[in-house]
Design a binder for this molecule. Structure first.
Ligand code: MN3
Length: 209
């Protein structure tokens, strides 16, 4: 992850129809090709007049955001967050869907939430309780304990020095074309698209278990 300015649109790790029927082709294509592209373009636009920051990675732009000149601080936070969040969101879904957490991650989920089903229910509630636009996240702390949080807009948990494992987009643009206002139904279908092998690998890589 040492990409830096000018940022480019990362292709999806699957084709547009492969998440159907959970996420249909039109919803996925608009989300990736239009919404994510706009965050990429606006991030580059904000950074363009500031060559001093052209070598900064997405993570640096988010974690050290307060170092940036005031006039680009908010646009960089919004748009670097938009790129970071969407790339992880698209990466966390995929071909190994309908999988379940295994190994260390499964054990941590059981330890911290009681069971996988209780985890899913809590995660869904957080996502439903996000008023307006934002994201629900599964993160781990420095001691590898798991937590579910929600954040508004395109905010990321990176400045709090926690490690994101999984996230779901509850901006209406993520689901409105297919599900209209039915956020709960979108969340139920999204759960079936999660690639738990990828999520589990991140936990394993960070926590060394
Ligand atoms: Mn989105």
């Amino acid at each position: 992850m040492d990409r830096h300015y000018p940022f480019t649109l990362q292709p999806l790790p699957y084709s547009y129809h492969e998440l159907s029927p959970g996420l249909d082709e039109v919803t996925l294509q608009f989300h990736h090709d239009k919404h994510l592209q706009t965050y990429v373009d606006n991030l580059n636009k904000a950074l363009e007049p500031h060559p001093k920051f052209h070598a900064w990675t997405l993570e640096e732009l988010l974690v050290k955001n307060e170092v940036l000149p005031e006039e680009i601080r908010q646009p960089v936070k919004n748009n670097a967050g938009g790129v970071y969040n969407h790339e992880m969101y698209f990466q966390c879904m995929g071909k190994n869907r309908e999988s379940q957490p295994e190994g260390a991650l499964a054990a941590a989920i059981t330890a911290d939430f009681g069971s996988f089903d209780e985890f899913k229910e809590k995660f869904k509630q957080e996502a439903l309780n996000q008023f307006g636009s934002g994201w629900a996240w599964l993160i781990h702390d420095a001691k590898c304990g798991l937590h579910i949080i929600r954040l508004p807009n395109q905010d990321t948990p990176l400045p709090y020095h926690v490690y994101p494992l999984l996230l779901v987009d509850v901006w209406e643009h993520a689901y409105y074309l297919q599900y209209q206002n039915r956020r709960a139904e979108y969340l139920d279908h999204w759960f079936e698209l999660v690639d738990w092998k990828k999520v589990g690998k991140k936990y394993h890589d960070h926590c060394g278990v």
